[in-house]
Design a protein. Structure first.
Lengths: 344, 344
DNA sequence: CTGAAAGCGCTTACAG
DNA sequence: CTGAAAGCGCTTACAG
């Protein structure tokens, strides 16, 4: 035994000598019902402690007002913020939010997506796992006419809504800022180039240098430095160059930037005077390091809200040709002490 | 129009000239079905791209394999970790996880809980909002025989499962550590005493002092210092005492401890030599401040896993008299430089 | 092992 | 405005 019997609309109908359909109409606030009857039903329902069975209602109506989310990790600053923003919107609309994490594994992601499809959710929101694999599972979502919204890390080939940070823009602004602060040899810590977000950041770096007439030097671009440890390692090597950089843009993450800072501190290289440091993401800790770290805010909570609003707006005026729109969230440079050697 | 027609078991049955019930048996891997028939059904189902309608199945079976979670904020380090741990377990069991945030508001919490009750979820996991209110909504959950598991911030009067950090133990160990490091006047930053977690931490502080024969001095206990700003303010006042403390235990949070550290740094008071500082929660930033901050780890991911396991274990051997068990997660002191003035 | 039937708790055309 | 009936897509006793 688990549940005790819940009151159903039949229980109410019987008590009031009404038809179940009338009870249903009263509860759903239909206009095809007498005001007095409605009041009576509502009163009785409250007395009998009635709660609608959402599963039955959804089955009959053929839709499930829930949004499913699949992210690599729930407890990562960026993702938990996106989810928080999304929840805000979905809750307001009376929608549920079901959450899965892929742990960066493709197989886990597939399982999660399939579970959501079985639930007949009205929308799936996803940021794909780092582990590569086919995207049949996502194609399946589209085939079933379930809305699919990709964000941040997306499968580019797939024609779906995409909500992205304008990574090129963010990187571009960071590098322009460094140039304006008088840095002349700006190194780049790159992320894995299979992920488009890292390719775009590299493009932004190059665009800024070109615009200001600086050379693009391969010796100053360091591949695959997307953890604190790899950032530190990259920094050690870069600073050992015959002609070392005077600024390092850790385009991968603030964690990499933290690795840069630690190496600089250990070597007694003063920041920002001799070495400028810029990260990416505006993790909370960047504010409290010494010196505080310049970085790029991605407006993650706002991004979550945008995703939610996109879904609900599209539900209203559904236009097939509008299915592949890309929404860009414009990131913002947060200037802090690690790059500030001129007064602003 | 939203969804196109999905294949149902009737479509499969028709194609194979079978009864729907046989198709159902084959798909649910029943033993009351011929092996050949089963293989044929499975093959055909795959060809026809069949996906079970979870709503129909759940409705018929009278249960919904999902767990609902209500927390003050999804994007808070502690809570997102608990959710991550919980998701790990629920996913393994093929359960869904539905998430609501109360934003610390009682009314929002009530709405969230009711939505989950309507869904007929099999378990609700909750950490209550700071805003006080009645707990009729939680009583309602129990009345409907839905399992209720409270964690961290709980309604003590309510007889439910509770998963708690052993806050008294954590605080006790921190203060003992401070005493062993030679600190003699240890101040306490308290949280709001309406919340039991903060009362318990105070008890741990007092117990440690008593055990070592130290006086309990009200001048060294500072109420309501649970943000960085309030922590800083408290520190300024404490250090202005005629006989100031030589250590401050910010029992409320690491953020308060950060406030303490900043005031100490600004006043040129060396940490840990002249002032020991200990926080609570092991936020990521405590590792990277200068000096790094001693704190208490709450094993939040592990706590989430414990909650999940509790639910699934109890489902099996359901014993009414075991319904009010309390599980304590033992916290762990993380010793860092902010309190380390002796070699260990 | 297979089929026919009932029913989970709703909603919604269809009559009146 | 109200009722009787059908049906959403499954599962599961009940016969055979």
């Amino acid at each position: 035994m688990k549940r005790q019997k819940r009151t159903t609309i039949y229980d109410i109908a019987q008590k009031l000598s009404l038809a179940a359909s009338s009870v249903s109409r009263a509860l759903s606030d239909s206009n095809k019902i007498n005001a007095e009857t409605k009041a009576l039903v509502l009163k009785t329902a409250a007395e009998m402690n009635y709660q609608q069975n959402a599963m039955a209602s959804n089955l009959r109506k053929g839709n499930n007002p829930t949004i499913g989310v699949v992210v690599p990790r729930i407890n990562q600053y960026f993702f938990s913020n996106v989810i928080a923003g999304l929840e805000e919107v979905t809750f307001k609309q009376g929608y549920n939010l079901v959450i899965c994490q892929s742990n960066e594994l493709h197989a886990r992601e597939v399982e999660g997506v399939n579970a959501l499809v079985n639930q007949n959710v009205s929308c799936i929101v996803i940021s794909i796992a780092a582990e590569k694999g086919s995207f049949d599972h996502l194609q399946q979502v589209l085939d079933r006419n379930i809305q699919l919204i990709q964000f941040d890390r997306v499968v580019e080939e797939l024609e779906t809504f995409k909500v992205l940070n304008n990574n090129k823009q963010g990187a571009y602004e960071a590098v322009v800022h460094l140039i304006e602060q008088g840095y002349r040899r700006i190194a780049l810590l790159e992320g894995p180039q299979e992920l488009h977000i890292f390719r775009e950041r590299k493009e932004g770096y190059i665009a800024a240098l070109q615009e200001y007439g600086f050379p693009i030097l391969s010796e100053l671009m360091y591949a695959n430095a997307w953890t604190k440890e790899l950032g530190a390692q990259a920094t050690t090597q870069l600073l050992d160059l015959p002609n070392p950089p005077d600024a390092i843009f850790a385009s991968t993450s603030d964690f990499a930037a933290l690795g840069v800072l630690e190496v600089a501190n250990n070597k007694g290289i003063p920041t920002p005077e001799a070495l400028g440091i810029c990260g990416y993401s505006n993790e909370p800790f960047t504010e409290i390091t010494s010196p505080s770290i310049t970085t790029i805010d991605q407006f993650s909570v706002e991004m979550g809200r945008k995703i939610g609003n996109l879904h609900f707006r599209e539900m209203e005026n559904f236009s097939p040709e509008g299915k592949t729109k890309t929404l860009n969230v414009r990131p913002k440079l947060i200037v802090r002490n690690s790059t500030l050697r001129k007064l602003q």
